[in-house]
Design a protein around this ligand. Structure first.
Ligand code: ATR
Length: 269
């Protein structure tokens, strides 16, 4: 039996175990997915211990995504982003990937949204960083806007230097940036368990695709406003799903059963 898992602190509410196990069940793969909660500061020891124990693959969540870089060989995108959320122990040293980034692109593709034109990413934390690098790597012009504007400027400079075209802005620039945009990504926590949106409704329009990283609630205020404006809407569960799908495929070498994994995830949201 292969063991896969997640390290994070906390991890008890993770939806990854049922999502991955639905995939193993459907394909008849003899595997388990378990959660581990190492102490903060023990990222490298956790990865080394997993390797020693023969764990086949690990997902990594807060607060360990940066620190595990010291225990893996990151692929080019994960190295640029400076964060790893998926570790494959088939190599020595283990390989680190950032499937949060590829998950953004695959969530868009699933909805027929091609990564062309102009993207506005609101938020410059971990999710914003993955989205900005992913979309610039795909060739989009990326505008990063953040409440703390310096963080947007710093992130955009890093993206612009290594991945593609990007610029940083304060949040107040978002309405005018959206005039010419094809895609809006909310990578802030605004809207999580609250009926608030990071973007005013009248800035949204029918030529936009809107991806919200927030998945609780599944239909956020932003997505309701976007639907009312005629925009294409993509909820945060698609990002969660596709980061998992991409990890599943890297570990098993098989096409993930996306519909079954999606059903397992959504039945628990
Ligand atoms: P994650 O890893 O999920 O991206 P994070 O690193 O804590 O989480 O980042 C949270 C993001 O939400 C940041 O961009 C944060 O803005 P600041 O950098 O200014 O803190 C943004 N955010 C959180 N609360 C916000 C609010 N009330 N209004 C606007 N942005 C907010």
């Amino acid at each position: 039996m292969d063991v896969y898992g997640l390290i994070g602190n906390p991890v008890e509410h993770s939806l990854s175990p049922p999502m991955h196990e639905a995939g193993y069940d459907h394909l008849g793969i003899d595997a388990k997915y378990v959660t581990f909660e190492p102490p903060r500061g023990a990222a490298v020891e956790a990865v080394e211990s997993a390797a020693t124990l023969g764990v086949a693959g690990l997902n990594v969540t807060i607060p360990f995504k940066q620190a595990v870089l010291d225990a893996v060989d990151p692929d080019p995108l994960a190295a640029q982003i400076g964060a790893v959320n998926t570790i494959d122990f088939a190599t020595d040293p283990p390989t680190g990937y950032n499937t949060d980034a590829s998950g953004v692109v695959r969530a868009l593709e699933h909805h027929g949204v091609t990564c062309e034109g102009v993207a506005v990413v609101v938020g410059a934390g971990g999710a914003g960083r993955a989205a900005a690098f992913a979309l610039a790597t795909e060739g989009m012009t990326v505008h990063v806007a953040n409440r703390t504007a310096e963080k947007a400027t710093t992130l955009a400079a890093a993206v612009d230097e290594t991945a593609g075209s990007a610029a940083g802005h304060p949040l107040s620039a978002v309405p005018s940036l959206l005039d010419d945009a094809d895609l809006l990504v909310n990578a802030t926590s605004v809207g999580m368990d609250e009926d608030r949106s990071p973007v005013s409704a009248d800035a949204l329009h029918a030529d936009l695709a809107v991806l919200d990283a927030v998945y609780s609630p599944i239909e956020t205020r932003l997505l309701r406003d976007a639907a009312a404006a005629g925009a294409t809407t993509i909820d945060g569960a698609w990002m969660l799903l596709y980061q998992g799908v991409e990890a599943f495929e890297r570990w098993t070498g098989r096409d993930a059963p996306v519909a079954e994994m999606n059903a397992a995830l959504r039945s628990r949201l």
